[in-house]
Design a protein around this ligand. Structure first.
Ligand code: AMP
Length: 573
């Protein structure tokens, strides 16, 4: 997905057709650097020690070889793959990813984490599972009860091993690895490689291939002049946030990089819906289509090009002023390549990166490797945007007053001033200009995200208790903002409730009102984000209309609060 000098494709990795098919339907165009380097040795059966953070594509790097080894014709009830992860959020996320990649193979994947009723996990295990994704604490519980058959485990993955050690799972990991068959493949991924990880690897890995994505070398004088900014935005707010940032930055010509074809298509549609002239460019298009797009961009008939790295390779657009990373690129070298497209020939360029809170480490890594500072800025608020729009209107009117021959409108003004005050006539004309030039106004405030630096993460253990996977509801009830942590999946939608922190609303009030009026169970309600003036609640798509109707009959905190569907589409991959 990212640009680099190596052009290995998924086909070169010789994956089974069902997997290639899954990747293509997800819109992945090429392997990420970590995938390119990990997949061949893992398919060949070697152990692997990899340094990679979230966002690099590491899940597919270990999941694809695990699925490649799955014996589709001769499947037993016992799992052959075990993936250990630090938190239940990651367990759900990795399990969803393995399920997506293994759909064509009918892979049976089970996430196992603390807080979830053990009965459900036992039932699924007795029906038969191919891949178990578990937090260490819960895995140990199952091993002690003898409820997780380990004898067929052929590959075990320790994902985010440094986090697992930081959270106090060292003993649990030793116990789990000690209970697995000795004839097995062991994979360890970690964002950092402190001594404790090296020692864990020495104890449990045998002759591993080591992988670390090397930093690009950029000669000092060659570094482009680029203003580098990043915005921390929850995924569901990305399209709205990008719209606002573009409104404030007003790029002459910009390229927006997305990870997948699907994302390119969806974002292009959303941005066109918001009044931009955006064009999509990805590897699924034929040459003729691409030429047409590039002609429109070069002639100034489009102001935004939305592209994957593969499609943008080799493109040279003269007047590019802004590069936008819709996600943090998976490797620093991709970041450097991408932003090298602006700031050429002494002109100033701007590089904007939208990062999800969990991708913060990746951003830190890019700064460490490039030695450049990326300033983390706040997404423009509704009032910033209004001010900016007022400025635009002012500028447009000033230009018109200076340049245009306005005499032919004199009769209109004269006839109106017979009836109205001249100042009011001017106000009405300004209003029309403003509405015509600046488009519809946003009304949803984008929640501010707290940035956690890596060094703050050491304190996590205290926050979460000594077992990170205990307690199902804790996060949501403590902090309404941790929306993504409790997603209820792809068939969900979000409802906008016009009541928030300023009315002292808490997640329990929203859950209580919804379950009380609709008969929906609390667990069917997903993430809840509470901002100052509004809240967003994730609910099953099929129940959304019933909830909206039911809320008309009740009150929250003594107020009538009728929700509506969130205005901006969410992007799921
Ligand atoms: P991970 O580091 O595994 O959490 O992956 C980060 C994101 O990149 C996920 O949303 C994946 O769906 C996406 N991704 C992984 N591999 C690729 C690829 N080869 N091309 C495009 N997107 C990818």
């Amino acid at each position: 997905m990212d640009e680099s000098t190596d052009n290995t494709t998924f086909a070169d990795l010789a994956l089974r057709p069902e997997l290639v098919e899954a990747l293509s339907s997800l819109g992945y165009e090429e392997p990420t650097p970590i995938q390119r380097e990990s997949i061949p040795p893992l398919i060949a059966g070697q152990d692997l020690l990899g340094q990679a953070a979230t966002g690099t594509g590491k899940t597919a790097a270990f999941a694809l070889p695990m699925l490649e080894h799955l014996d589709a014709d001769n499947r037993s009830k016992n799992p052959t793959g075990l993936i250990l992860v630090p938190t239940r959020e990651l367990a759900m996320q990795v399990s969803e990813a393995v399920h997506k990649y293994g759909r064509g193979l009918g892979a049976r994947v089970l996430p196992i984490y603390g807080g979830q009723p053990i009965g459900r996990q036992l039932q699924a295990l007795s029906r038969g599972v191919d891949v178990v994704v578990a937090t260490p604490g819960r895995a140990v519980d199952h091993i002690k009860r003898g409820t997780i058959p380990l004898k067929n485990i052929a590959m075990v993955v320790l994902d985010e091993a440094d986090e697992m050690l930081d959270m106090g799972f060292a003993e649990d990991l030793d116990a789990i690895l000690g209970a697995l068959p000795t004839e097995r493949q062991t994979v360890l991924f970690s964002a950092t490689m402190p001594k404790r990880i090296e020692s864990l690897a020495r104890r449990h890995l045998s002759n591993p291939t080591t992988i670390r994505i090397e930093a690009p070398v950029v000669a000092k004088g060659d570094a482009p002049k680029v203003r580098q900014l990043a915005f921390m935005v929850p995924r569901s707010h990305k399209p709205a946030a990008l719209g606002r940032i573009l409104d404030v930055e007003s790029p002459a010509a910009a390229i927006v990089f997305c990870r997948t074809r699907l994302e390119v298509d969806q974002l292009t549609e959303t941005l066109n819906g918001r009044g931009y002239r955006a064009e999509a460019l990805h590897g699924g298009m034929n040459q003729e289509g691409r030429d047409r797009v590039m002609a429109r961009v070069r002639s100034g008939n489009a102001d935004l090009l939305i592209a994957t790295d593969v499609a943008a390779r080799g493109l040279d657009i003269d007047l590019l002023t802004h590069v936008v990373n819709y996600d943090v690129p998976s490797a620093p070298e991709s970041y450097v390549h991408r932003i090298g497209r602006v700031g050429r020939a002494g002109r100033e360029g701007v590089a904007i990166t939208l990062a999800e809170p969990r991708e913060h480490r990746l951003l830190e890594n890019i700064q460490r490797v490039t030695g450049d500072k990326i300033a983390i800025e706040k997404v423009p608020t509704i009032s910033d945007l209004r001010n900016r729009r007022m400025e635009l209107t002012l500028g447009t009117l000033r230009e018109t007053l200076l340049d245009d021959d306005l005499d032919r409108y004199r009769t209109i003004v004269e006839s109106l001033t017979d009836e109205f005050d001249l100042f009011d006539v001017a106000l009405a004309a300004v209003k029309l200009t403003h509405e015509a030039t600046t488009g519809a106004e946003d009304e949803v405030e984008i929640p501010e995200v707290e940035v956690r630096r890596s060094k703050d993460r050491k304190n996590d253990r205290g926050d979460r208790g000594d077992r990170g996977d205990r307690g199902e509801r804790g996060d949501r009830d403590k902090k309404g903002k941790k929306g993504k942590d409790r997603s209820i999946g792809v068939d969900s939608t979000r409802l906008y409730f016009p009541i928030g922190r300023s009315a002292q609303v808490r997640p329990g009030d929203l859950v209580g009102a919804i379950t009380g009026e609709t008969g929906l169970a609390g667990k069917q309600i997903g993430s809840i984000e509470i901002a100052d003036k509004f809240s967003l609640v994730e609910v099953p798509e099929k129940s959304a209309d019933d909830i909206i109707r039911a809320m008309k009959k009740t009150t929250i905190k003594g107020r009538k609060v009728v929700p509506r569907r969130e205005r901006f589409q969410r992007f799921e991959r």
